[in-house]
Structures are given as structure tokens and as C-alpha cells.
Design a protein around this ligand. Sequence first.
Ligand code: GAL
Length: 666
Amino acid sequence: MTRTTWPTTGLSYGGDYNPDQWSPETWEEDIRLMTEARVNIVTLGVFSWGNYEPEEGRFEFEWLDTVFDLLHAAGIAVDLATPTAAPPIWLHQKHPEILPVTREGMRYWQGGRLGWCASTPIWREQALRIVEVLARRYAAHPALKMWHVSNELGGGNRLCYCDESAAHFRRWLTEKYGTVDALNQAWGTAFWGHRYVDFAQVLPPRDSETVPNPALKLDFERFASAALLEHFEAEAAVLRSITPDLPITTNFMVSSNPSVVDYARWAPRMDVLANDHYTIGRDDAREQELAMSADRMRGMRPDAPWLLMEHSTSAVNWQQRNRAKLPGELVRNSLGHVARGSDGALFFQWRASTAGAEQFHSAMVPHAGTRSKIWADVCELGRHLDALGDVAGTLVEPASVAILMDDESHWAWKAGPKPVNDEPVWKAARDVHRALFDANVLADVVPPWADLSRYRVVVVPGLFLASDDTARSVRAFAEGGGHVLVTFLSGIVDATNRVRAGGYPGAFRHLLGILSEEFFPLLDDGGLALDNGWRAGRWSELVHADEAEIVARYADGDLARSPAVTRRALEGGGSAWYVSTELDRVALADLLSGLLADAGVSPSAEVPSGVEAVRRVGDDRSFLFLLNHGPARVHVPGSGRELLTGRDVEDGLDLDAGGYAVLRER
Ligand code: GAL
């Protein structure tokens, strides 16, 4: 049972606050500036264990007491982190066995963060000890409004191959499979004669001269995610026992790429879903990538707002070349997340560090101080989020399209040599999302076990692993009148990472009315022509359209004249499309526009191209978010009160290049 008490009234605004890097004089200035920027929440103490407890059992909390009081006096809520994202030096020196071990067998050293293995009992004991000390000290403090468990769990310590992990993995497998024969069967260990006679023989996929069993590898990834969730749950249990009424969260790392741990399976355990999102400077569709990550967050729990826990005011420091944001961009990015369901916008971090590993990462207060573009934007965003207070608690209007995405599927794809080993199969999901984004059609990016009955179109893009349940659910959706689009390399293996024999794509073949007998990946990027004028590339398949109509055939290449895109009309009015190649953007947009028209799905609003329009709605309220990503000033139709300027709008409004507006619609 999750508790949904939101930590602030209105939308949340703030960031990670690390006062232990600064003097008390700076704290006073921080509070003054936070008030000026209208910050109403900070995440405190994410990496502060070594400053709370510099030596085992000797605590220094007085500085944090002062900071808590200062924040409270200024009306700023505290999202208090448990400090387990960074064990103190003394702990690593005393118990180096808590440090993760690589697959080559090297144990890491002190000096990083997240330097712990989730399976090590001594780590668990120490972590829960500090969590309890912290929770007892601040339980009754009126500023404390939410718990933030650790930080980006798995962002560095996801896979550990130590002996404790191995033992934990074996316990997990024993519970999952019951008998070693069941494990042998699931993993196909007859291959290379890797048969086990006892669970005690099983090891994590440690380094060897060849690749490990793909089913073992997939299970190890699942186990690693489960072990970290178990750690989250253990911390959360301590917190719940001391502050039963406070919501608990942890910050996910959800982007358009697959995630390092299986957040969709973690989501039900969170009171508030929170995400960290950073744009990639070299990405040629940053806004769309941002939108897709937000649509994934919402897809995990479509009936509640989530929270953008971190993003950056400008450049980060961990890409090859770190792009600075242009004036207004941080506001536009924040509003993009809010439009798609975040009830706030927080940053890493409040004040730019001058020392340490993140000394060249942007922050709300940059090195230059307040005479800066960043500070001007930070203050502007604070005013805007204030003006958007009534948006809090509303939901993004229901999407008609669902895109299925599953981290397990990606792990299965990566777990062994494949027909192509240089290409990410999940790119298909991004391509489809991008086409929908360009057409202003809202999609929820959901895990395969989501309730599909709320959608009219379901896209299955490169979903390599599809369980029997997924196959059944997609089929039931289509037979109930829904429209399904399956793209190549979907439904190839089952939940054990075993190929579904009898023709590809095994999980969806009957629904699609086709049989694909062999893959023909292209060796170069020369591209392919289809006989209806579409262009495609990179991948092709020898497809038989047994019970489906042929929408397009290959016009050249090895498979000239054989079916490339098929469509099967279903009795209930639905349809099932198969795309056996990588369509280019124009072709994909064309296909989708026909499919969406068949399904009766229209854009969120009629706006000029380049403008992103998303609506959030409550019982008696409706807000249209408008973000102009295009290079020119445009006129957007609409009427209501524009909340960022407080003006009434009758006949539409003009949006500058890069401009944004939020209409409270009549
Ligand atoms: C996040 C992390 C923050 C900070 C940030 C820098 O992944 O949670 O603590 O390191 O990246 O971009």
C-alpha cells in the first residue's frame, strides 16, 4: 500500500542540497536565495554519511540540525536522503568485503560512491543502523516531508560477482526454480554439457574465455535488480517503522534507453515515483528523448503524478563534450516534464561544488553566482511553477497509444551473440515514440503487463523477449478491437530467453498471420526500397504473409518481391501490423498516420509543427502545455488564461522560437 501524501503544497521546486560542502555563512545566503527563487523543497544529505559519522559511533549531527531549522523557518520542506549512496571511509577500511567485485574478480577500492554489494550481510547491517539513527533523530522535525532512500540504486553497484552475491543468487534461483532439473531445463544447460546436479554448483556469469549461457546471464540481471530492490525494502521498512506517515521514494534513472534495474517492477513498491533525467548533448531530438522518459515514468503508474527528482540547469560533466543549455532551455525542459505528469522539477544540485568529482557540473547557483543566465532562469522557473500551483494533483489526459517496453527484454537481447551485435534493438521504441511525438500524439510507454484495455493502439517495438502472458495480452487486446503494430525482433524468445521455434516472431506470429523464416540483416547502411515508395534499411526478413495482406514488399536487395510490411484485419474491427524492416522516418510517419486514423486517434491539439502540446486535466480543470521546439515564432490556437503571464487569451497566442505557455482552458 503506497502513501501518496505529497511533500509540498502546489508543485515541488528545488534540488539536492549539500550544505556540508559549505560554511554556515553560505547556508544563510542559500536560504535567502532559495526564498528568492521560490524553492519549496530540497533533498538533503544524499552523500553525507561520512560527515554525520566521521568515525564509527561518533556522530556530528549539529550542523544538520541547524540546516533543518533554517529550512523550516523559510518554509522549505526536506526530502531527507538515507546516506547509503556513499559509505564512509572508515567503513570501507574496516569491511572492504562490502565493496563490489567485478566479473574478472577484482574488488573495487574505497574512494567512489555506491561502493557496496547489496548481498553482503555486514553492509545491510551497517546501512540499516545509520538509517535508524537518522530517522530517529529527525522523525519529529516538522520540515521532514519525505524520505529519499539512498541514491540511484544500481548506478555503479548493480552487478557484483563476489561470493556473497553468488550465494544470494543461488538462494534466489532455488526459490525461483525449486529443483535443479527445472533450472537445467529453463537454462538449456544441455548446450555445452553445462548441466548442474546441485544448486551449489551455480556461479554468477564470471569471466571465462567465451560468452556465458544467455539464460544464466538474464537471470543474473534479474537477480541483481531484485537484490537492490530488497535493499530498498529493508531501508524502507526501518523508515516506515519510525515515521509511518511519511512517503518514501528513491530516484530512478529512466531515460529512453533501457534501465540498469527493472524500475517498472520496482514501481509498485514506491510511495512516490521519482526520476532523474539528463539530456544528452549530442542527441538530435533532445526534447523527444525527454518526453519519452517522462512517458515511461507515467506509464508505470498512469493514475498518479510522479516527481522529477533531478535534472540539470545546464551542462553536466559526464559526457564527452558537455553542452550548456541556452537561455530558457532549463525552463522549457522542466515544463516538458511537468506537462507529462511530474508534479515538480528538482535539480542536481542547488549550489555548484568547487571541489570534488562534480566541480564542473551545473547547478541552480552556478560558480558565477546570481549574475548569470542560469540564475535568471532558475528564478523564472520558480515564478512559473508557483503560477502553476493548480496543476498539482491533475493527471495527464489519458493516452490512446501504448508503447511496450521492458528492461528484461533488453537484458535478454544483450545476453549473448545475436544476428546483429552492433545495434540496440530498443531503438525501435524510440523511433516509434519520435514519430508519435512529431505528430503530437500522446503515448504511454508501459511495461508489457500493463492493462492494455485503456488504449486503442498498442505498439510492440523490438520487444525481443515476450512472455506467454504478454503474447496473450496483446492478442486479447487486438481481438477486442484494438490495433497492434509489431516491429522486427519482437517476441523472439520466451521468458527463459529460449527461442520460440516454429517461425518468427513466435509470440505474435498467429496474431499477425505471418511466418518469418529467416533474418537477413543488411551489412551496410545502403538502405532498401519498398514497392510502395517507402524507404527502409538495416534489417530485413524472409516473411510469408499467410493470413495477412501485404502492405509493402521489398523492391530491391536479397529479398526483392517478398513481403516487408503486412496487415491482418481482425474480426472485431482491430488490426495487427508487422514491420519486418527498419522504416525511415518518413515511411514510419506515413504508416502510423494511417494506423492512427483507422484507430480514431487524433493529436492532443492542432498546433503548428515543432510545437509540443500536452494536456493535464483534473475534475474541474484543464491545462494545455505548449512548448515551441521549432526555430520560428508561431501562432497557436486556443483560449483561456495563460498562466505564466497571467493574460487572458481569446484568439490563440504567439510563441517565440523556444517559447512556452500554459493555457488554463475554459
Ligand atoms: C546523478 C546523481 C547525482 C549527480 C548527477 C550528475 O546521476 O544522482 O548525484 O551525480 O547524476 O549529473
